[in-house]
Design a binder for this molecule. Structure first.
Ligand code: NOJ
Length: 721
């Protein structure tokens, strides 16, 4: 805490201090603005005191540099204390130039790329006056029904942690010009919502919490993230926003986080609906006790902190600490010296959607795409005479992904435009069917089939609408709609050269598609340059190298399904996957294996893994081993490959997962090139949370795997002694 912020604090009345802890949408305190205002929750009646509303410390979600300047000036003109406001916003996968959804970026297995993309978003957002982004979202996810899996990096704690670190570094840099503060969310375990239904109950043991769900938030904290947002859900019966054990004991005391903690949208008040607080006063008390600093979009603090203090339930020191944390952040952002920071409408116009930014977004989409199946159809030849481009996602900009921030559908390159950029008039288009998940309308299929019949090959763009994932967008059925299968089947009757391009915000249960489509290229929701990236991949200008970071189930009934599960006492052996073996942990009607496992993704080339070696057969506590393998490009294309290291702790005092990702490296190999990739194995990587909730490495045998996905089998062994 600096002398300067302490002096500012000393000038504030108690009421003013309390109002500094409130966060409202920008238009709330500048009602005359009447500009589009992003609301992401119930518009509760805040009923803030008109004399104090301009002492509110921060605001959220208002887009555009000019609007920000107007809001800023209006606020400062009316504020008594004139402490510069700070604008926060959901910059999730890009600001104006959108890059692929975060689940896709993770599939790139490329830390540097994730960092670069976040850096680009920070630059664009800061020029619009945004100082803090509510990102990264690092909630570990296992249920594809949940709409917010699109914002997450997937099911693995290590990979999520690596992506969290890279993203925080990308946004924050050295907190210089164009950097914005990051806010990791949603603390904690929001991704474990039961049945994949948003805001639903979370019930995980403390060990599971620490083992799987907490590590990525911790990585963000270790990377210096400036803010943390609490989650909507309960953990162990207590809403996260008022969960002292999570926020005070773990985040603050154990991890040493002294930055700003903010609630999610109206979550302080929602403690009443949860049945955890009797009224707003108790809701305020619980949040303050948990050391929550900013209350977003409810007014329990504003209405009741003073009263709670008078009753001796909380102290002024608690309030002061929270205010100081916010003031310190403002100081660190440079907002106390120049409250406009980098807002600059002219520069914003030049930089946002610039050629360079579009190129980077395109690279992001190209490296995130996952080739799920290829019967030799892809890549398509540029010498092709004609291409039938068909499908409800073929000619729309609504593929950039949910949470679009400043991005616009009409600024997004469609697949139609992307293909025409390469092939010109050789591309013919027909929609084929409608995108709505409940559409049964087959009236467009005939026209699409005539087109398919008369062209050399078909690019069929199927999948979801971008608004079928994201907050509040959960699905109980994650297969493609029947009408899309009908379209595919009919097209295959007249033309076998069909490449399906899939657009989705989540893993889909597409076993039927896998059985029928000759090739499937999963573009996820690829951002502003999605169409160009799709075209480059389809025609081999770029070779796919993405690998999924969330398991694709065969059918929804397998969910939750994830690679790093425990064995059980009666596992079904992989060789029996398709057989019925009663009294094993299995299903009567389907195999246990997923459709596509974690880490899976094909290439146009082939890679051969060999010579997995370990530098020793034993490792002493505190020592290191080196695991290495040779990887050779044995195919016809120069290409990138995400090499993955997995470890299995064979026996522990608590059971251990069948495999855990412990390292990865993205390499690029020329045709015929071979490279040795090495990973360090140290004691820290072998630690886990034991029964006493101690983070320890236990002596005994470990298996090491290096391979192309989580199914890799070749391994070496060592003993920790
Ligand atoms: C609710 C969402 O859960 C959160 O992720 C977001 O940052 C806030 N709304 C603010 O828009």
């Amino acid at each position: 805490m600096s002398q300067r912020t302490k002096e500012i604090l000393a000038k504030l009345t108690l009421d003013e201090k309390i109002y500094h802890l409130e966060q409202v949408t920008t238009a709330t305190f500048v009602p005359s603005l009447k500009k589009p205002n992003v609301v992401t929750g119930p518009d509760s009646a805040l009923k803030l005191d008109e004399n104090l509303v301009f002492e509110v410390g921060t605001s959220l979600n208002l887009i555009g540099a000019e609007t920000m300047i107007e809001a800023h000036d209006y606020y400062l003109k009316n504020s008594k204390n004139k402490i510069p406001p700070v604008f926060m916003q959901d910059v999730i996968h890009g600001h104006r130039t959108l890059y692929p959804i975060n689940l896709a970026v993770a599939a790139s297995f490329n830390r540097e790329l994730a960092k670069e993309l976040a850096g680009m978003a920070a630059k664009e957002a800061s020029l619009d006056g945004v100082s803090v982004t509510f990102a990264p979202m690092v909630d570990l996810v296992r249920d594809p029904r949940w709409g917010r899996v699109m914002e997450s990096s997937g099911e693995d704690p290590y990979l999520n942690g690596e992506m969290a670190k890279a993203t925080v570094q990308g946004y924050q840099g050295d907190m210089g010009k164009y950097n914005i503060a990051a806010c990791v969310k949603h603390f904690a375990a929001y991704g474990a919502a039961e049945a994949g239904r948003d805001y639903n109950t979370v019930d995980v043991s403390e060990r599971t919490l620490r083992e799987y769900y907490l590590p990525a938030y911790k990585s963000a904290v270790d990377a210096g993230v400036k803010m943390v947002m609490t989650a909507f859900n309960i953990v162990d019966g207590v809403p996260c926003v008022g969960n002292k054990h999570l926020v005070k004991d773990i985040l603050r005391d154990e991890w040493g986080f002294d930055g700003v903690v903010i609630s999610d949208y109206s979550a302080v008040e929602e403690q009443i609906v949860h049945g955890a607080a009797e009224d707003r006063k108790e809701a305020a008390y619980l949040a303050m006790e948990a050391t929550l600093d900013i209350e977003m979009m409810s007014s329990c603090y504003a209405k009741h902190l003073k009263e709670l203090m008078a009753e001796g339930k909380i102290t002024e020191e608690q309030i002061d600490k929270a205010v100081l944390r916010i003031l310190d952040l403002k100081e660190e952002l440079g907002a106390l010296d120049n409250s406009y920071r980098t807002v600059n409408p002219e520069e914003a116009k030049k930089i946002q959607l610039s050629k360079e930014h579009r190129a980077l977004a395109r690279k992001g989409a190209e490296e995130s795409a996952v080739l799920l199946k290829n019967d030799g159809i892809l890549p398509l030849s540029k010498d092709v005479g004609s291409v039938a481009l068909i499908g409800p996602n073929a000619n729309t900009g609504a593929i950039h992904g949910s949470w679009q921030c400043g991005g616009k559908i009409d600024e997004t390159v469609t697949v139609y435009e992307g293909l025409r950029n390469i092939l010109g008039d050789k591309v013919k288009y027909a929609p084929g069917c409608y995108i709505e998940y409940n559409s049964e309308d087959t009236s467009l299929i005939d026209e699409a089939c005539s087109l398919a019949e008369n062209c050399d090959c078909v690019v069929l763009c199927l999948g979801e609408h971008q608004d079928y994932s994201g907050e509040g967008n959960c699905r109980a059925n994650i297969d493609l709609p029947e009408v899309q299968y009908k379209l595919l089947d009919r097209i295959l009757e007249v033309n076998k050269n069909v490449a399906v391009v899939l657009f989705t915000g989540r893993p889909l249960a597409i076993e039927r598609l896998d059985k029928t489509a000759p090739a499937i290229l999963n573009m996820w929701m690829p951002g502003t340059e999605g169409g160009n990236a799709s075209a480059n991949l389809l025609f081999g200008n770029v070779v796919p190298s993405g690998k999924i970071t969330m398991t694709f189930p065969r059918v929804l009934g397998q969910c939750p399904i994830y690679y790093n599960h425990y064995t059980t006492g009666r596992p079904k052996l992989p060789e029996d996957d398709y057989n019925r073996v009663r009294f094993t942990s299995s299903y009567l009607d389907i195999p246990n294996s997923p459709l596509y496992p974690f880490g899976y993704g094909l290439s146009y080339t082939s890679f051969e893994y060999s010579d997995l070696t370990l530098s020793g057969e034993t490792m002493k506590a505190g020592d290191k081993l080196i695991a290495s393998a040779k990887i050779k490009n044995t195919g016809k294309y120069k290409a990138k490959e995400a090499v993955q290291l997995y470890i299995r702790d064979v026996k522990g005092s608590c059971v251990r997962p069948v495999k855990e990702l412990k390292g990865f490296e993205k390499i690029e190999l020329d045709v015929g090139e071979e490279r040795t990739v090495s990973f360090e194995i140290n004691e820290e990587m072998l630690k886990y949370w034991n029964k006493e909730l101690k983070f320890v490495a236990e002596k005994g045998e470990f298996e090491v795997f290096i391979g192309k996905d989580s199914n890799c089998q070749a391994f070496a062994k060592f003993n920790l002694i």
